[in-house]
Design a protein around this ligand. Structure first.
Ligand code: NI
Length: 255
């Protein structure tokens, strides 16, 4: 990919600021969802849980931070992962696939309520650079609607499937496009020890690590990752927190 790079200072984040795209223009019917709590109940419970943590936000200019990111869910292993993250007081970012949100809305609600960040990873995980602008728009907007139906918010971040994007995809995303700096290749190597080793070895302050919580081997690797990096003084934050609350238009971290 041809992406200009600029190495940040304190967090070793390389980021390029791009012009804002269009956003939120398309509308498509959402997929019917299973019975769920009313919107008011969801807003109340999610809001309370998301705001509740008394600890002040981590300042990644002062402490070593890493952003763990989990793509392609939610799925049947997501709840196990949430328990592990909670045990280490870790926050993470989940780039969810719209059709999986429709299948597992409860898992998404629990993820968001636990203080994790949610990002849009398309509806059906195609290579978006092969689609028309209208199709790209519907991939994002349909997923936005499924997420909104489950947790009441429009995600502020996008990660295109396969990390494949072009000008059209960026425009249709209309918000920061988040890549990664450490690829654990966990989808290829279904081996917990290997996945954990890769993540721990490659991490630097400011790293954005790519995992997939649809693989049980990955979910089983996370306790090892959290334990090893905690010992080294790392704090586990969302992508937005890594950037002090406002990520640039394109996050391409080489931390
Ligand atoms: Ni993916």
């Amino acid at each position: 990919m041809n992406i200009g790079m600029r190495r940040g200072t304190s967090r070793a984040i390389a980021a390029v600021v791009l012009t804002a795209g269009l956003g939120g223009a398309g509308t498509l019917a959402t997929t019917p969802e299973p019975a769920q709590a009313s919107t008011a109940e969801v807003a109340l419970s999610v809001g309370a849980a998301a705001e509740a943590p008394a600890a002040k936000p981590v300042d990644c200019r002062r402490v070593k931070c890493v952003a763990l990111t989990f793509d392609d869910g939610p799925g049947k292993y997501t709840d196990a992962l949430l328990r592990t993250l909670a045990a280490y007081d870790a926050r993470a970012t989940f780039f969810v696939v719209g059709q999986n949100v429709a299948a597992y809305p409860g898992a998404l609600r629990r993820t968001y309520a636990a203080g994790h960040e949610i990002g849009n990873h398309s509806w059906s995980h195609p290579d978006l650079t092969r689609l028309s602008a209208a199709s790209v728009r519907s991939q994002f907007s349909r997923t936005d609607q499924a997420i909104k139906a489950a947790i009441g918010i429009r995600p502020k971040l996008v990660r295109p499937p396969y990390g494949a994007f072009d000008t059209t995809v960026r425009r249709q995303a209309g918000r920061p496009v988040v890549m990664w700096s450490v690829d654990t290749l966990d989808w290829r190597y279904r081996n917990s020890a290997r996945v954990a080793r890769k993540a721990v070895k490659a991490v630097r302050p400011g790293s954005v690590i790519l995992f997939h919580d649809i693989h049980p081997t990955t979910v089983r690797a996370i306790p090892k990752v959290l334990k090893a990096l905690s010992k080294r003084g790392y704090r586990f934050v969302t992508v937005s927190r890594l950037f002090g609350g406002s990520p640039p238009r394109l996050v391409y971290s080489r931390g």
